[in-house]
Design a binder for this molecule. Structure first.
Ligand code: COA
Length: 189
C-alpha cells in the first residue's frame, strides 16, 4: 500500500481542514444534532485554529496520505489523497478530571485521531497510530492520554487494541450538549 505518514506543515492547511471537517461528525454520538456538529466545525475546528496549530511546536499534526499510482502516472502534479490525521498536544492537561485520572507524566494528549470513512478497517489507522506513538515518544513524554466518546464503540475498540486503557471519565462540550468521554492512557515506559 503506497501509504506515507508525515508531519504536516503550514502549507498543508487546506488538506488538514478538509479531512478534519469530513471526519469529525463520525466521532459524534448518533443523536448529536447536525446543527451542533456544524457549529463545532464553524467555531472550534476553524481554518484559523488549524493554522495556529500547524505553526506551533507544541502541536504535532501527522497526515496519512495515499499515492494513487495511476493518477501520478497520468499527471506530473497528481497530489496524494489525505486519508487520515492525528494531532498531539504537549503539556499538562488543563481539564481537572483528566489531570486526576492520568497516571504517567510527563504526558501528551492525542487530541485527534481520524481516518477517512472510505478507508476504515484497512490498516491505515494502525500505521497512523504507530507513527503517532513514535512521535509522542520522540517528544520525550512518558505517556499519552486521550478522550473518546463513551458511545464510540469502534474508536474505543481501536484504542483498546493499541494499549490505551480506560483510566477515568471526563465531559466534552458539543455546543449546548455535554457529552461523556472515557479518558484513556497508554504508558510509553
Ligand atoms: C477510530 C478510527 C481511527 C479507527 O480506525 P479503523 O480503521 O476503523 O480501525 P480498525 O478497523 O483497526 O479497528 C476498529 C475495531 O473496531 C471494531 N468495530 C467496528 N465497528 C464496531 C462497532 N460498531 N462496535 C464495536 N467495535 C467495532 C473493528 O472490528 C475493529 O476491531 P478488530 O480489529 O478487533 O476487528 C476510525 O474508525 C475513525 O476514524 N473513526 C471515526 C472518527 C473517530 O471516531 N475518531 C476517534 C475520535 S476520539
Amino acid at each position: 500500500m503506497p501509504l506515507t505518514i508525515r508531519r504536516a506543515v503550514p502549507a498543508d492547511l487546506d488538506a488538514v481542514v478538509a479531512i478534519a471537517h469530513l471526519t469529525f461528525p463520525l466521532a459524534c454520538p448518533p443523536d448529536a444534532p447536525a446543527e451542533e456538529i456544524a457549529a463545532h466545525l464553524a467555531n472550534v475546528l476553524t481554518r484559523e485554529a488549524f493554522a495556529a496549530w500547524l505553526a506551533d511546536d507544541d502541536h504535532i499534526i501527522l497526515l496519512a496520505e495515499l499515492d494513487d499510482a495511476d493518477a501520478a502516472a497520468a499527471a506530473d502534479d497528481a497530489a496524494p489523497e489525505t486519508v487520515g490525521y492525528t494531532m498531539l498536544v504537549a503539556g499538562e492537561p488543563t481539564d481537572a478530571d483528566v489531570a486526576a485520572a492520568i497516571t504517567v507524566r510527563p504526558t501528551i494528549e492525542l487530541s485527534k485521531c481520524y481516518v477517512h470513512p472510505g478507508h476504515h478497517g484497512a490498516g491505515i489507522a494502525h500505521e497512523l497510530m504507530a507513527a503517532t506513538v513514535t512521535a509522542a515518544r520522540e517528544s520525550g513524554v512518558a505517556g499519552v492520554w486521550l478522550g473518546v466518546n463513551d458511545e464510540n464503540a469502534r474508536a474505543n475498540r481501536f484504542y483498546g487494541k493499541h494499549g490505551f486503557e480506560v483510566v477515568g471519565r471526563k465531559t466534552f462540550r458539543l455546543g449546548s450538549r455535554v457529552e461523556n468521554d472515557y479518558v484513556r492512557e497508554k504508558a510509553l515506559i
